[in-house]
Write a protein that binds this ligand. Structure first.
Ligand code: GMT
Length: 374
């Protein structure tokens, strides 16, 4: 059994969820897991004697204009490597987490291997700040193994960073026991009629998520027959999208729910999930919906087509093509037999292609390989 340190963002985002769920699964298998982050990860909600949490504290010295979180993290990681005699550091994101892990490895006395998982936003950041390219390349090349969450992200990373090392694809997964369609009566609680159709979108409301496309697609659907749209999450676009909803006179049928914990329950009243982003290396929210039997309509961007394959029927349309998104959504809403087929295919895909057990084994094989155990 291994001692594994996990560095991730503790917040609601997909990368933090994947890192935490992976840690929980590894702990169940008997590995000793050490989360090293600024606060207890959002999904670390159950007790396991194999799971430890090491909080990174940042002191606010007046001499620094910005608190040096990355340095505090590297110092803490080095400390945990030595005190806990870690075998592996699994860094989620090259920037800053792999960089901190590399620095920590050099400071620590105990030998450790670094596995880095790329989640996509590194590459997005690079599109904005090219000066970071060398640093991201360094983080990737100095890791003992690097994974990315989709083939598309591997290609994008190679194209943009020209790294001189292999990057393997390890897909994301969901906790299948938690994410299942449940018999819930939530529709009534939101004042939704039992025969009214429900669309859902979940994100951190960043510009790349193209929430205006979600609203315009819903607007077209709603013109045909009154429906509801649940918007779950929060972020920088909230105010602007709220205005748009008001301007289109949709405020009675669009529900802004903010960040929610009971996602499987909410997905259980949904008919269709929309993810129309302009950048998306994977889209964990798609898997969450699929696990609850909710068919997904997505933009043909990044890893989205790897997650929602067409399976003989198109789920994917070109970025920004509101009419096409609305037509596909309407098609599924109007044809129950087709909807049932899509719903069943979605669940099957989660259990087969994205099985959590399988993904855990893939990561374990990588850990063993870098430790020279295979
Ligand atoms: O999408 C975001 O802004 C959040 C970000 C994160 O750190 O969770 O998501 C990235 O990682 C997720 C987990 O691998 C992927 O499902 C998301 O597609 C990816 N986001 C982008 O590529 C924009």
């Amino acid at each position: 059994m291994l001692k594994i340190g996990i560095i991730c963002y503790p917040s609601v985002g997909g990368s933090g969820i994947i890192a935490t769920e992976l840690g929980k699964m590894l702990a169940k298998k008997g590995h000793e897991i050490h989360f090293i982050t600024s606060s207890v990860p959002y999904r670390l909600n159950s007790f396991d004697p194999n799971i430890y949490f090491h909080e990174v504290e940042v002191n606010h010295y007046p001499v620094f204009q910005y608190p040096p979180y990355d340095l505090a993290l590297a110092t803490k990681v080095a400390e945990v490597i030595d005190t806990e005699q870690l075998d592996i550091i699994h860094a989620h994101y090259a920037l800053p987490h792999a960089i901190c892990a590399i620095l920590a490895k050099q400071m620590a006395h105990h030998q450790v291997k670094i596995v880095t998982t790329l989640h996509g936003t590194d590459i997005t950041v690079l599109g904005i700040d090219l000066s970071l390219k060398k640093l991201i390349r360094f983080g990737i090349e100095q890791s003992d193994a690097v994974t990315a969450v989709s083939k598309s992200l591997v290609k994008q990373t190679q194209d943009m960073i020209q790294v001189d090392c292999p990057i393997r694809v390890v897909y994301n997964f969901v906790n299948e026991t938690e994410y299942q369609r449940q018999k819930v009566n939530l529709k009534q609680r939101y004042g939704i009629k039992s025969d009214e159709k429900v669309l859902v979108h979940i994100s951190n409301f960043r510009k790349v998520k193209r929430l205006e496309d979600i609203i315009h697609t819903f607007h077209l659907i709603n013109k045909n027959k009154p429906a509801r749209l649940l918007l779950i999450g929060d972020g920088p676009e909230y105010g602007r999208i709220h205005e748009l909803v008001k301007d289109l006179d949709l405020d009675k049928c669009v529900h802004f729910l903010g960040n929610q914990k009971n996602i499987p329950e909410l997905l259980s009243i949904a008919d269709i999930k929309l993810l129309l982003s302009e950048k998306e290396s994977f889209g964990v929210v798609l898997l969450e919906a699929m696990a609850c039997g909710v068919p997904c309509i997505g933009s043909n961007v990044g890893g989205i087509p790897e997650v929602i394959e067409d399976g003989g029927n198109r789920y994917i349309e070109e970025l920004g093509d509101i009419e096409a998104f609305a037509a596909r959504t309407q098609e599924l809403l109007d044809d129950r037999v087709k909807w049932e087929r899509f719903s069943a295919n979605a669940k099957k895909s989660v259990l087969e292609k994205f099985s959590s057990e399988r993904i855990r084994e893939e990561y374990e094989a990588i850990y063993d390989e870098v430790l020279g155990k295979t």
